[in-house]
Design a protein. Structure first.
Length: 611
């Protein structure tokens, strides 16, 4: 068996800084030698963090860096560069392209609607389709199949689970045929195939230079196979983040899947190694395990080993030095306190701070509090598209027409910052205030634009009539809303036309205002993808369109291209594993948030999923 080389960097050591320092030490100070290395990292964000770490180590001087590739979203161009020793590379063009996310969701929505026989609304069917897509992704990630479906529901299970499995059997028969018809693959399946081809390529044609795979834990089986291969290549190594090397082999084998060390221990065992075979990464920045880390290792002992606590000394004060705990009565108090701590850290030159939390609501609150001091902070998870100005504007334009311009929906649309209707935004706001006083307070006007015009009967109201003419572009969209069934393609096209017309002001065209900036570009990409994919759903009740639009936008995030504040960050759990700050704040430490509450799955119960 080929000898495997696996290292770990302790959690009390800055991961990317120690990784960069160790790589520079391996080259013996030769600045050109780094170019021979290939470094595989979990994400593009980790790639950027390693670049910044090299910059810190060089004191800002330019360096010739290693080739850096993100394993989590490795694209075709990057795979083509990662060639073997004889120049051979993976030809991604041999595989069909990945099916688009919206296209797949709408195709699955159509299947769900057919199965539900009209009992679910279009938006409900789209939500079920999204969960079904996640189930498909999980099965394909684990490289499993649905072959054993008929054995998943014993007689003591509720009858509705059997009905669900009847649909999943239809899915297994129908979905592969749909993909073949579309000449596409599921994105997860395609990623697996590319990684498997890369693994075979390097096994048959080992690369000429060393490869370092760092920060990945092998949670994806295809990635684990690639890491196992890298660990056995000459002059190459795998570097794990924070593996507990104090675990004895019996405890390591007894870890359950919920334990934070389980994934890395499973990977080490897959390589044919034991935890004791993993050495510390060679770097001058690697610190010995401190009392805090030792305490955490003891706290995280497997359940079968907790009886040893009675024989161990209580943790000393050093284990808790510098640690403080705060309880708050509301999310508002918590977010304000965290923002104040981060703001205070800026008073010390070069001091950094980071909030680590899986609670996206808390992260948005903290970012909003910091903006009161003109501090724009980088949230690694980004902002939901529906919460951005263009995303909210798309929702409001759809809801206003669907509600036949009811007072509430009309005012919400007119008062949005992007609404202008061919005028200056300030002039539109003045007209809207006058319209609200004249017609939208008191008895509700009749539905539609004609109802609003009837409400403006007095002579002093006549100057407000041109305001309603700004909504003339909504006429084709409103006409579709009166039909019993309309093609989604027509709804989307008329909706986008209306939204762009409402966004135009006296200086710029609607598309120039609506789709500008990072938020606008993300919204434009969503709209383009939706227009291209809409034909896969067919006809639908037009009244379902606003809710469907919101469902399709959910899960889409807008991330800044570049970091914002250089010393403050908000990290998710994956990013925090590889990065370091002088002040770390763990936020949202509440039951059902961290650890998260178990989510129910509409397609499989937990015992069925496990089997």
């Amino acid at each position: 068996m080929t000898e495997k080389t696996v290292y770990t960097i302790p959690p009390n050591t800055p991961f990317v800084d120690a990784l960069a320092d160790g790589l520079m030490a391996r080259t013996g100070g030769d600045p050109a030698a780094l170019m021979d290395y290939t470094v595989l990292l979990p994400t593009r964000r980790a790639v950027r963090s390693l670049r910044e770490a090299f910059l810190r180590l060089s004191g800002g001087k330019p360096l010739l860096l290693p080739r850096l590739y993100p394993l989590g979203d490795l694209d075709e161009d990057e795979l083509a560069i990662a060639a073997g020793s004889d120049g051979a590379h993976v030809d991604a063009a041999e595989l069909p392209p990945a099916i688009g996310g919206l296209k797949r969701q709408l195709l699955l929505t159509r299947m769900v609607q057919k199965f539900e026989q009209g009992q679910a609304g279009t938006d409900q069917a789209a939500q079920l389709a999204r969960e079904l897509g996640r189930l498909l992704d999980q099965v394909q990630t684990e490289r499993l199949s649905f072959d054993g479906l008929e054995n998943l529901v014993p007689e003591d299970f509720a009858e509705h689970w059997q009905l669900t499995l009847d649909f999943l059997k239809i899915l297994t028969d129908t979905w592969p045929a749909i993909l073949e018809e579309q000449s596409a693959l599921d994105a997860v399946d395609r990623r697996n195939r590319l990684l498997e081809r890369q693994t075979r390529l390097w096994a048959e044609h080992p690369p000429a230079g060393p490869i370092i795979a760092a920060g990945s834990t092998g949670s994806i089986p295809a990635t684990a196979d690639l890491l196992t291969l890298v660990a056995g290549l000459p002059n190459s190594a795998v570097v794990l983040p924070g593996l507990d090397t104090s675990l004895d082999e019996d405890d390591a084998k007894g870890l359950d899947e919920a334990h934070p060390q389980y994934g890395m221990v499973h990977l080490v065992h897959q390589m044919g190694l034991s935890v004791s075979d993993v050495a510390l990464w060679e770097s001058s920045l690697v610190k010995p395990v401190n009392p805090r880390v030792e305490l955490l290792h003891r706290v995280m002992s497997p359940a079968a080993a907790t009886d040893r606590w009675r024989d161990e000394d209580a943790p000393g004060e050093a284990a808790l030095a510098g640690l403080s705990v705060a309880d708050f009565g509301s999310p508002e108090e918590e977010s304000l306190a965290i923002a104040l701590m981060m703001r205070q850290s800026l008073e010390s030159p070069e001091r950094t701070a980071a909030l680590v939390t899986p609670d996206r609501s808390l992260a948005r609150r903290v970012a909003a509090e910091l903006r009161r001091w003109d501090i724009d902070i980088d949230d690694s998870a980004g902002q939901p598209l529906a919460n951005t100005p263009p995303g909210a504007f798309l929702k409001l334009t759809a809801e206003a027409v669907a509600d036949e311009f009811s007072p509430l929906s009309l005012l919400a649309l007119f008062k949005h910052p992007l609404a202008a209707g061919g005028q200056t935004p300030a002039a539109l706001r003045d007209w809207v205030r006058a319209l609200e006083i004249a017609a939208l307070r008191g008895p509700r006007p009749e539905a539609g634009l004609e109802g609003l015009k009837k409400a403006l009967t007095k002579e002093q109201h006549q100057p407000l009539i041109p305001l309603l003419e700004t909504l003339a572009a909504a006429a084709p969209f409103a006409a579709l809303m009166t039909e019993d069934s309309v093609a989604l393609t027509d709804l989307v096209a008329s909706h986008i036309t209306f939204a762009e017309a409402m966004a135009a002001d006296d200086q710029a065209a609607g598309p120039d205002r609506l789709w500008r900036g990072e938020d606008g570009e993300a919204a434009a990409n969503f709209a383009t993808e939706l227009i291209e994919a809409a034909g896969n759903l067919g006809d639908m009740p037009p009244g379902d369109y606003p809710a469907l639009l919101e469902t399709l936008m959910s899960g889409r995030a807008v991330r800044p291209r570049y970091g914002r504040h250089p010393r403050l960050n908000i990290w998710g759990l994956l990013e925090a594993r590889l990065q370091h700050a002088d002040l770390i704040i763990l936020g949202g430490l509440n039951e059902r948030t961290w650890p998260p509450d178990t989510q129910s799955d509409p397609w499989m119960s937990r015992p069925m999923r496990q089997r």
